[in-house]
Design a protein around this ligand. Structure first.
Ligand SMILES: [Zn+2]
Length: 76
């Protein structure tokens, strides 16, 4: 099963075109690691390009990501 983690939005400027700008998203752990190394945004489960940081649980988790995560879990 793919490992996932949640991180909140660090830079709201990267959060464009969304009606819920202050959400955490589920992102693959490998993407978070790469993001931390490169400083490049990761792509969340919901498809959102998003910059993870080290302050989880600061924002509510994106409902779309929750839905997709539940789907993935049920398929596991
Ligand atoms: Zn999301």
């Amino acid at each position: 099963m793919t490992e996932l983690d949640t991180r909140p939005i660090d830079n709201p400027a990267l959060d464009t075109g969304d009606d819920e700008p202050k959400n955490s998203h589920y992102v693959k752990k490998e993407d978070i690691m790469r993001s931390a190394l490169d400083g490049t945004p990761a792509v969340a489960l919901c498809g959102k390009t998003w910059m993870p940081n080290r302050d989880p649980e600061k924002y509510p988790i994106c409902p779309k990501c929750v839905e997709l995560m539940e789907m993935l879990r049920s398929m596991d």
